[in-house]
Design a protein around this ligand. Structure first.
Ligand code: ADP
Length: 447
């Protein structure tokens, strides 16, 4: 096992990783920007190194500084968390060259899945069902028209290097295709420096269902069930559930097993998420994230399994600690993302937290790095905490969430808590009857 791990992240996820390291008896090194000198992840770590000024590109994304921090402290491994360098194959490769372990998959697997065209090809080869679409990159408008006619309108043009919903355009009919095709390419070029695009059938009312997987790089891999993350605003998830509320259990097991088998074939190492759209009883692969996800705690809650602890174990060369038969599911869990944002306009609301009282009690978990008096800096994303609630059944979980939301107090800044207090009263949320467009439609009609 490693004796010292550097945590290349900040906020709640840095704390989450730190906790797993402590339980494994591993010394921790926090890195931080100047703005984060007093942050909780820095206070709780055994050592800390300032890696640069406030802007993420100069600190949390600064590979030379992070390498230097590893050298100075003698860290043997780096946990990248999510975001920042977590899906950067170059970073994983540089660490390997310096004999430092990357707590995540191989650079090769990050690369395959980072390019969505290649990811889809790989998924098809591995027997994972995909959205019907172009077999590869589409480079001319004439080809785009031919392929669209083939798969049928509406179609979606997507950036190969995509992320965060950017470089994605819908064409409802052939009349829209020319504009959609050229704007998707221009956006992709501007956002990712790569104008490669591909095409998919546009699904009208899908749910976003994802499968959590974990492997040890030695051919062992399991799935830890599904999550439903359909409640999204601008492609950003705001509320996540495990297991997926409306998908029949046999279908969940079936897609889970397909994903686990694929990971065994790949000899995948570490945690990953295979994301699908689900419509009319069918799953369609959209992408794979080769890292820990924000919403991993709902899975931990229903499986009683510590995903981060296991990530560290397998990165140190140990075998997966459980077989698929040993994965058991208990009840239902929901996570809501508490963002420092106006709950109506979603404008960021950084500043000082004057009073902080997190929810507690039976079945409640709060992952957060904030505290009373903490000053939220304006330089990073607005997630300040996650409220995760568990119940034996979904109705019990909802009751508990309702109670926990009432208890939670964050004063001095605006948060998304009032939005969740409204959402939980909605009949569609109570029944689990929502798709990926539900939230935006709700926000549009309930201003
Ligand atoms: P990104 O990496 O940019 O987030 P994804 O491929 O994960 O791109 O898609 C993001 C979101 O876009 C999905 O969660 C879904 O809401 C929507 N989307 C993606 N592909 C399709 C599709 N074929 N039909 C309908 N909606 C889609």
């Amino acid at each position: 096992m490693f004796s010292k791990v550097l945590i290349a992240n900040r906020g709640e996820i840095a704390l989450r990783i730190l906790r797993a390291c402590k339980e494994l008896g591993i010394q921790t090194v926090a890195i931080h920007s100047q703005a984060d000198a007093n942050a909780m992840h820095v206070r709780l770590a055994d050592e800390s190194v300032c890696v640069g000024p406030n802007a993420a590109k100069d600190s949390y994304l600064n590979i030379p500084s992070i390498l230097a921090a590893c050298e100075i402290t003698g860290a043997e491994a780096v946990h990248p968390g999510y975001g920042f360098l977590s899906e950067n194959a170059r970073f994983a490769r540089i660490l390997a060259e310096h004999k430092i372990a990357f707590i995540g998959p191989s650079a090769h697997h990050i690369e395959i899945m980072g390019d969505k065209i290649q990811a889809k090809k790989t998924a098809l080869e591995l027997g994972i069902p995909c959205v019907p679409g172009s077999p590869g990159a589409v480079t001319s408008e004439a080809d785009a028209k031919r392929i669209a006619a083939d798969i049928g309108y509406p179609v979606l043009i997507k950036a190969a290097a995509g992320g965060g919903g950017r470089g994605m355009k819908v064409a409802k009919s052939e009349a829209d295709l020319s504009v959609a095709f050229s704007t998707a390419r221009t956006e992709a070029k501007a956002a990712f420096g790569d104008d490669a695009v591909y095409m998919e059938k546009y699904l009208g009312k899908p749910r976003h269902i994802e499968v959590q997987v974990i492997g040890d790089g030695q051919g062992n891999a399991v799935h830890l069930g599904t999550r439903d993350c359909s409640l999204q605003r601008r492609h950003q998830k705001v509320w996540e559930e495990a297991a997926a509320p409306t998908v029949p259990m046999d279908k969940q097991n079936e897609i889970g097993e397909i994903c686990a088998a694929a990971m065994r074939k790949l000899k995948y190492s570490g945690a990953g998420t295979v994301e699908f759209l689900y419509e009319d009883g069918e799953f369609y692969f959209i992408e794979m994230n080769t890292r820990l996800q924000v919403e991993h705690p709902v899975t931990e809650r229903i499986t009683n399994f510590d995903i981060v602890y296991e990530q560290i174990r397998v990165a140190a060369g140990e075998k997966l600690s459980l077989t698929q038969d040993e994965v058991k599911f208990y009840g239902h869990a929901i996570e809501v993302r508490i963002n420092a944002e106006d709950p109506q306009t979603f404008a960021p609301s950084p500043g000082r937290i004057t009073y902080y009282h997190p929810a507690g009690g039976v079945g409640v978990r709060v992952d957060s790095a904030v505290y009373q008096g903490y000053n939220i800096p304006p330089y990073y994303d607005s997630l300040i905490g996650k409220l995760i609630v568990h119940g034996r059944t979904r109705p019990e979980c909802l009751q508990r969430l309702n109670r926990a939301l009432d208890e939670f107090i964050v004063d001095g800044i605006k948060t998304t808590l009032p939005l969740f207090r409204r959402l939980i009263k909605e009949p569609d949320i109570q029944s689990g009857n929502y798709d990926i467009h539900w939230l935006e439609h709700y926000l549009e009609t309930n201003k």
